[in-house]
Design a protein around this ligand. Sequence first.
Ligand code: GLA
Ligand code: ZN
Length: 675
Amino acid sequence: MTYKGVNQILYGGDYNPEQWAEEVWLEDMQIMKQAHIKIVTLNVFSWAALQPDEDTYCFERLDRIMNLLRENGFLVCMATSTGAHPAWMAKRHPDILRTDGNGRKRKFGGRHNSCPNSPTYRLYASRLAKRLAKRYKGYSNIVAWHVSNEYGGTCYCENCEKAFREWLKRKYKTLEEMNRCFFTDFWGHTFYDWDEVVLPNLLSEHFIGENGEERTMFQGISLDYMRFISDSMLECFQIEYRAIREEMPDIPITTNLTGADKNLDSQKWAKQMDFVSWDSYPRPSDSAAETAMSHDIMRGLKGQMPFVLMEQTPSVTNWQPYNKLKRPKEMRLLSYQAAAHGADAIQFFQIRRGKGACEKFHGAVIDHAGRTDTRVFQEVTQLGQELELLNGAFLESKTPSQAAILFDWDNWWAVEYSAGPSILIRYLDVVKAYYTALFEDNILVDFIGAEDELENYKIVIAPLLYMVKTGLEEKIEHFTENGGCFITGYFSGIVDEHDLVLEGGYPGTLKEVLGIWVQEQDALPKGEKNAFYYKEEKYPAEILCDLILLGGADSVSTYTEDFYQGISVITRNFYGNGTAWYVGTSSSKEFYREFLSDRCREAGISPCFVTPSGVEAAIRKGKNGSFLFLLNHTEQEQEVVLDRTYRDLLFGEVYKGGERVLIEKKDVWILMEVR
Ligand code: GLA
Ligand code: ZN
């Protein structure tokens, strides 16, 4: 369940009437109706207006807006406005300002600018949330609360430093344990008092590497800082959450995430959110797979529960170096792609384009001309009509995936803080390589966390499983023993959750299930390659080459070059009723495609539908039936052959199995299985 009591696919967007005169609001009501908009996200950045000083709160304008929206039948996702603090607050309470990684205290400006450990921020943010909830709890058109906006960033101020020490005390209990986990015997960094701990940044343990990347000398403390700062912001969310909850006991509360954002342990966050919502801004150069992957990661945060696409641009962004327009039909295609991967509501940033400041050229449903005969408005309206027609068909339905990718924030941080073996090892790149191969074969994928169950899947892929958290190896063994196919690869099984090496040879606690050990790892500079054969084909080995020795597994392929020619690069271990695979290097797109399609075939996972290249297929299944989404991402019309009888939900036509149908370029078909 996303929005409360809703039985349709909600459509709408961020509405900022505070930027306009009241006559414009009246006009907006009509225009929004014309576009079939049903919901607005309101009050995202109004803190200064709602609270002009320490003791005064002014809700009158918001009352008028709320009344107007209610009279006009619009639903509201109510934001708390705490994503940017007022200027007076920064002046009177400088503790609210953030400090950057170089120790420079910021002045007032920007947004997402409050120190998450500032007592001022926490006090005033929860007070505002509470007052808002109290004032508007009688409005039954509020279907959710939207706390703050796009949490993120870091702070290194003194309050954060103090809070960090407390966080560490709670975690480690004793200094001995903390010293052990941080491995402070190295360079004699032993702490004899909690107060000796300082935040890891460019003034302490961090430095800028040869390629401009920020690096650390002590992974343990840097990793804990990432956990701490994500937790600190989560506490801010929870403080507001509780304030709203006290007033409105049964309204869902969310915050808008930004996709796979490295700064927030979103799996941990999602547990505290009533539903996941997120803002999708693919760059024109992003592949369909990349966008789909973000949706799937977001869906995975809360047990594969549908989510809200809180923001997307109807046409264009302003913050990229080159803000290319979404081409005709592209917005519709991306909207349905979100729906195909689990979105139950489709919303825009923003309804009306602002007149000033940095987002004045950001796309909006109503642009500066204020007209409804624009291309964008017409496309928005068409989609609104269609969503109305769909009448909630696939709402709350699920993706029936049999393959999963293990995704873990701690692991992501740890991999990329690692000093060696190579700065080319990037977590998302490797995840993307595996995901893309499955995506291009129309294999449905779930993203799961280290705490989730593996048993529901036939294949579990754990790319770059560098950090193996306690107990995870047992889950993997159990899964494989019971017939699962487990796949991992280079730079896996290296450390525990403290970034301390799992002794006894790599891949640490995964040696048993994988039946191998890795003696050395060769990090090849950019452009250098080794090679290997998989079946008849030769593929490149790049970035990292693991020199694998067999300990029960079979060698499936060996390197063809260099001193480790003949040494294993891919292995397979029969373990119980299942198989555990190890791919000891990074290779080409073609390799992953071939490799994974073999594993899927063996595991009995078939594409959810067979399409020509560039046509995406995805399925959602729920109480109303099974829905097949066909999305033609190409610039040409494409033919597909239907595998059974379907009804086209947008045009009503029924098609029989075996029929050939043509999907226009950039078009989408939503087909419901007829039984
Ligand atoms: C984010 C924010 C919005 C807006 C858009 C612009 O997603 O949440 O307030 O700034 O970006 O793309
Ligand atoms: Zn701070």
